[in-house]
Ligand binder design. Structure first.
Ligand code: FAD
Length: 488
């Protein structure tokens, strides 16, 4: 490939900090709020104009807002995310009826911003964390791209919370590519693929449609109907069966018609990378009086969320697909005649993607067997009921070393970019789940603050000191016997 040499230039250092965090998503915002909250000079760089990642501009789907909030508060969440969710619950916002988070994602961003203000956290929004500032193999800050050009933040501890280990990769850390990991996760766990639970490396774009007349729509789907076998066969062949395709039967003849006339194709196969984008409508659901939400889904394939070309293709295809789904609904489906497409999430989120090769990489086997580690940060209990009912009932230790990239100093990698194998609805004790991501974020923020305060690198930090602090902040590191064995 042709290359161009960039000429040397002087980059202004806009902040001298103790800790700089790249990415203000689920783990990054909690890491930054934690570090700032204990008096550490912390800068958080987020590429969008608001915080929250998959809980904010990503609009993440999964669980009704109220149920999820209650569930989070019931769990042993450490104090920083607990505070955020307590405030969210206290707002008593109307909870969307459906399995969609989007309608309250703005509240998450709002609360995180208020907490940033309270803790003295410095925000750089609409700012892209580009490269780490390197001194040999040690990261000492970040180059940030924004409206005013390239600037630098100087800090002895860099936290990569981009979700895809972007900064660690650029620092030269070995990376585990995450293209088709879920099948291997099953094998690693010694489990056969259970019925009704597809292994996948899903990514999705969420959307909201307003002004839906649900009375009319529900009357339509309540009508008696007999579906032509030809349409049924087509749906099974073209839409890959009811597991993937979740439109009510009544919509099938309309879909078939629109497909035959060339007006709308609800499933698109992309050759490069080999992915299938399915119609947003397949997950369409009611989530307010006249509000519907849904998602366009990349169900599987060798898609790499860390690859610029792949992400461009997927963003473009999913946005086109979403808009055309909206047009299809408006033109064809009773109740949608006056509908408007209100919003699409600001980015395509991925469950998979690359992660670092850590000083230790947590495997599915570790979580299935409930392995313990002396550098435990917390125990993660999330069960994966469809996979193995008794899995991780006893929990699995999440070790500190999954935050440490190999061959690079001065850096902690948190969230989805940390070293655990992997992904979707797989094992690794559901590490990708939001509670674990938030706990990991807080542990990372506390580790970063300790390193900065004691002037040590993350790889030489005293883990026992960190563990003692984690215990004091509500983390579950095990029972009393276990704590005694760790000298805590
Ligand atoms: C389709 C889908 C469904 C899911 N469903 C569930 C569910 O039902 N339940 C559940 O618990 N979990 C679910 N998850 C998983 C969960 O959302 C993720 O594991 C979690 O968001 C990972 O947190 P994170 O902080 O690593 O990444 P994110 O929340 O994605 O945050 C990454 C942040 O970094 C920012 N960023 C990235 N690169 C840069 C850069 N270079 N410069 C500046 N900022 C940058 C992004 O804008 C974003 O704010 C789902 C995920 C997906 C994709």
């Amino acid at each position: 490939m042709k290359s161009i040499i960039e000429s040397e230039k002087h980059i202004p250092v806009v902040y001298e900090a103790d800790v700089v965090v790249a990415g203000g998503g689920i783990s990054g915002m909690i890491a930054a709020l934690t570090a700032a909250g204990i008096g550490t000079r912390t800068v958080l760089v987020e590429r969008f104009g608001r915080l929250g990642g998959n809980l904010g501009p990503g609009y993440l789907l999964g669980g009704t807002a109220r149920d999820e909030t209650d569930e989070f508060l019931r769990r042993d969440l450490p104090d920083v995310p607990r505070k955020l969710f307590r405030q969210l619950a206290d707002m008593q916002l109307p909870s969307p009826d459906g399995n969609l988070w989007a309608p309250i994602s703005q509240a998450v961003s709002y609360l995180a911003q208020c907490m940033a203000h309270e803790t003295g956290l410095t925000l750089m929004l609409s700012a892209y964390a580009a490269d780490p500032v390197m001194e040999g193999n040690r990261a000492e800050g970040l180059f940030v791209e924004g409206k005013s050009g390239r600037v630098a933040v100087h800090a002895p501890v860099v936290v990569d919370a981009t979700g895809d280990a972007n900064i660690a990769r650029r620092a030269g850390a070995p990376i585990i590519e995450g293209a088709t990991p879920d099948q291997s996760a099953y094998r690693l766990a010694g489990a056969s693929e259970p019925d009704g639970c597809e292994p996948y490396n899903e990514s999705a774009l969420f959307y909201l449609i307003g002004d839906v007349d649900f009375d009319r729509y529900e009357r339509f789907v309540a009508e008696k109907t007999v579906i032509d076998p030809k349409v049924k066969n087509w749906a099974t062949e073209h839409l890959r069966g009811p597991k993937v395709h979740r439109f009510p039967d009544h919509v099938l003849p309309l879909l078939y018609q629109a497909w035959r006339s060339g007006e709308f194709d609800s499933i698109r196969k992309l050759e490069h990378p080999k992915v299938t984008v399915s119609s947003a409508g397949s997950h369409l659901q009611r989530c307010g009086a006249s509000l519907a939400g849904g998602r366009a889904v990349n169900a599987a394939g060798s898609f790499d969320i860390g690859d610029m070309n792949h992400i461009t293709l997927l963003e473009a295809t999913m946005r086109k697909q979403t808009f055309e789904t909206f047009l299809f609904l408006r033109r064809n489906v009773p109740g949608f005649e006056q509908a408007r497409l209100l919003a699409m999430s600001e980015f395509v989120g991925g469950r998979g993607g690359p992660c670092i090769e850590g000083r230790y990489t947590l495997t599915v086997d570790d979580s299935a067997k409930g392995k313990t580690f002396d550098d435990v940060l917390f125990r993660n209990y999330k069960r994966v009921p469809k996979l193995r009912p008794n899995w991780t009932e006893t929990g699995c230790d999440i070790p500190y070393r999954i935050l440490l990239p190999k061959e690079v100093e001065g850096m902690l990698v948190t969230g989805r970019g940390a070293a655990y194998v992997r992904r979707g609805h797989d094992g690794a004790a559901q590490m990708r789940g939001r509670p674990a991501m938030m706990a990991l974020g807080q542990a990372t923020g506390m580790a970063a603050a300790l390193c900065a305060r004691d002037n040590v690198t993350p790889s030489s930090m005293n883990v026992r000191r960190l563990q003692a602090q984690l215990l004091a902040r509500g983390f579950d590191l095990g029972d009393e016997k276990r704590l005694a064995s760790l000298g805590l």
